[in-house]
Design a binder for this molecule. Sequence first.
Ligand SMILES: Nc1ncnc2c1ncn2[C@@H]1O[C@H](COP(=O)(O)OP(=O)(O)O)[C@@H](O)[C@H]1O
Ligand SMILES: [Mg+2]
Length: 383
Amino acid sequence: MKKNLLMWDQTLFKDIEVFDIDYVPEQFEYRDEQIQELAYAVRPALAGGRILNTVCRGVPGTGKTTSVKKLFEEISGTTKKIVPIHINCQIDGSEYAIFSRIYTKLTKNCQPPSGTSFKMLFDMIAKYIENEEITPIICLDDANYLVYEKELNKVLYALLRSHETYEHVRFGVIVIISDPDVDLERTLDARVASVFRPQIIHFAPYTASEIAGILSQRVMQGLYPNVLTADLLDRIVDRTMKCGDIRIGLDLIKRSVMNAERDARMNVTDDDVTQAFSISRDLRLAELVRVLSADEANVLFRLAEMTNDADIITTRSVHTSLGKEATGYTRYVQIIEKLDHLRLVTLSYQNTGNGRIRIISLRYDPKRVLALRKNQTGCKANT
Ligand SMILES: Nc1ncnc2c1ncn2[C@@H]1O[C@H](COP(=O)(O)OP(=O)(O)O)[C@@H](O)[C@H]1O
Ligand SMILES: [Mg+2]
């Protein structure tokens, strides 16, 4: 009998990292036009001019982050005078967190002393920029998270008006928005809008053939030959298209292959893909849940526990049922509005004999939400 059991130290992955969602691939096609536009915005700074402010828009998994990272790699390889700084606003979600990150990245790892006020922090950054005679270009990635927290105006104001206080300090700004419902014109204050005036770069969802191209390229790079048949890859492309997010395809390939490995098989089966999909399809949901603070997650999970097909759930009843774990009502309203922004829940009003009630309903299958509870560390500070 042919032995096809895997030895304990064998793997089907040539390079598992190529399936990580933050992997920056060598080969990056279909986004030349957008990268050109980004480069056009930055180019004036090479001749001592100003960077054009830019907004990149497109749903998750359309190559926005990677395009900016590619441009940033090129800038870093070309000049030391423009210093690109990439900020993940899912992690750094407040004005202070963002400017501490800018300081740390500029100074190559010095932390601002604890207790540094925002004004002092900004001063330290400005002095550094003046001394080094550099132009930082700040990418606020997934800045929609700043919109939900009402921090975007503050951050942009500080960045864009810095030269009014510090003559030689100018930041270039690239804002990435991955939530199509964010209306920037309505979000920005007049005092920010008057200086921002960005050019907008659109990232359309990938077509089926582009998704097939990207995923098959990654399979060639990351898997040994014959681990995944062309038929199964087609199925994966199909499912990815339906979810509209290339990252789900990458995750699906990785999990399917891990399933095969776990059973010590040399190739992926249909079942491996089906099983993997039950987890990969919730990639976006898991990402949203991960950014919640402990009190926000509590509300979401309580709602999931209360959700069944029959009952209408009022916002007040969820608050009551949280009992000792409930926050004050004002904070609670902020929380449910954030969950609504993140499209985890829907809020609506209904008139009853006793007046108007506010209804809250979960947008996802409660079981799928509750399955994420064990991964929720709730370690984000409640601010
Ligand atoms: N055109 C492309 N070619 C190769 N890989 C891509 C392409 N577009 C996206 N990817 C991959 O898909 C994943 C998500 O891309 P990303 O740039 O993070 O999207 P976004 O920031 O729009 O959510 C990354 O792993 C990235 O390498
Ligand atoms: Mg991104």
